[in-house]
Ligand binder design. Structure first.
Ligand code: SPD
Length: 280
């Protein structure tokens, strides 16, 4: 047993700490510091450049909330693009849909994938699915070069807007995603804490609204993330996030741990103060 702690620190003013039982990996990749460690409460945890990304214990909250709103509303879900997602949790949720014929996942950091395969196998349990095309490369460049209207769904499963993920929050990246989406396509991303990082959150929603035509924030708990309350943003030209394709949703909710149709409706309720912040 060690006496070490991991701290995620924000603006020199706020810290969230996890006791480390054992450090399993601590390596600098070409892009960032990659750490995997064992903790008493969250099981194994992945951190990138000092920011908590996922844990064995609570990952399903995040991955189910990122994937199923888009997958249960987009009219077609044959081709899906994932930017980021190196731990494999998003791909695992996507592979629950037999309608998904191909998933292209573009992760910038090969070390994140290797570390996740080795230390977090329960999260990425679909790496061997033949429908997955895994590209270790720059998602921004991939989107810039991909043919127009070539995906039904685009999911952005990136890190926070610092370091290698910074460009994923730029307007030009959203414009690229809108271009590669088919007209009835759906885009979804994690959009940070609506409480602690409200400016970033509001910026994501407004930019996505501007670029795609419609953007709807939704919310849920991710206990590992600072403040515990997280946001996601659903964007499209025309798809209503509340118009669930019932047969698909009913089938997938047999396998999920948190997301289901009842939760789905509740997640899209925007608290009054957040509504006013978005209107400002
Ligand atoms: N503050 C943490 C935000 C991290 C979002 N991405 C996590 C990757 C999980 N697949």
């Amino acid at each position: 047993m060690s006496d070490d702690w991991f701290y995620e620190t924000h603006e020199g003013a706020l810290r969230f700490g996890l006791k480390i039982d054992e450090m399993l990996l601590d390596e600098q990749s070409d892009f960032q510091r990659v750490q995997v460690f064992e903790t008493p409460l969250f099981g194994r945890v992945l951190a990138l450049d000092g920011l908590l990304m996922t844990s064995e214990r609570d990952e399903y909250n995040y991955h189910e909330m990122l994937v199923h709103p888009a997958l249960c509303t987009a009219p077609s879900i044959e081709r899906v693009l994932v930017i980021g997602g190196g731990d494999g949790g998003t791909v695992r949720e996507l592979m629950r849909y037999p309608e998904v014929k191909q998933v292209v996942m573009v992760e910038i950091d090969g070390l994140v994938v290797e570390a996740s395969k080795k230390y977090l196998p329960s999260i990425g349990s679909a790496w061997d699915d033949p429908r997955l095309e895994l590209i270790i490369g720059d998602g921004i460049e991939y989107v810039r070069e991909a043919p127009a209207a070539s995906f039904d769904v685009v999911l952005l499963d990136g890190s926070d807007p610092v370091g290698p993920a910074e460009g994923l929050f730029d307007r030009s990246f959203y414009e690229g995603c809108a271009r590669v989406l088919r007209p009835q396509g759906v885009f979804a991303q994690q959009s940070e804490s609506p409480e602690l990082f409200r400016a970033v959150f509001a910026d994501v929603v407004r930019t996505a609204r501007d670029v795609f035509g419609q953007a709807h924030p939704y919310f849920g708990p991710v206990p590992l993330y600072i403040s515990g309350y997280w946001s996601f943003t659903f964007a499209s030209r025309s798809v209503d996030p509340l118009a669930l394709i019932d047969a698909r949703a009913e089938r997938v909710e047999q396998h999920t741990r948190r997301w289901d149709r009842a939760l789905h409706r509740a997640m899209f309720v925007v608290p009054k103060d957040v509504r006013s912040a978005l209107a400002d």
